[in-house]
Design a binder for this molecule. Structure first.
Ligand SMILES: *[C@@H]1O[C@H](CO)[C@@H](O)[C@H](O)[C@H]1NC(C)=O
Length: 135
């Protein structure tokens, strides 16, 4: 859309993807450096829109101090009416956190124990840090 049209106030918006890697190549240092450059560029954006479960998104939002908009994706557990959902913090989601309470010796909701750890927007069981004063 922005390729052919400026915004309402005439700004030109460009979308750049320098690497064009296409798929992950484990162990290829050149490939890793290109991935890192992409993540760093994302972190410099004024506004960040990420896919659910995106490692690139998580790292970029963390180093950029950005609270991203996460695209809705029913396959990744997101099923809101709106196309995007604002993240509660810049922190990444820990997808597979511990869930066992050693004191009571059973499964527990580790997202309900302290006010600064909550379940993620993009996965029901994942955990992330939040600033409880900003919620
Ligand atoms: C490693 O990645 C670079 C950059 O994408 C690519 O040009 C090169 O062919 C890759 N090397 C191997 C061994 O796949």
């Amino acid at each position: 859309m922005y390729w052919e049209n400026p915004t309402i106030i005439g700004e030109v918006i460009g979308v750049f993807q320098p690497s064009h890697e296409g798929y992950q190549q484990l162990g290829n240092l050149t490939h890793h450096m290109k991935a890192w450059a992409e993540i760093y560029l994302l972190s410099l954006m004024d506004v960040l829109i990420t896919s659910p479960w995106s490692t690139f998104g998580y790292v970029a939002q963390g180093i950029g101090g950005l609270r991203p908009w996460i695209l809705n994706n029913p396959q990744k557990e997101m099923d809101y009416d709106l196309p995007c959902h604002r993240a509660t913090s810049m922190e990444p989601c820990f997808h597979f956190p511990p869930f066992y309470d050693c004191q009571v010796k059973r499964r527990t909701d580790t997202g309900a124990r302290v006010p600064y750890v909550r379940h993620c927007e993009d996965t029901r069981w994942g955990l992330k840090l939040v600033d409880e004063h900003e919620l």
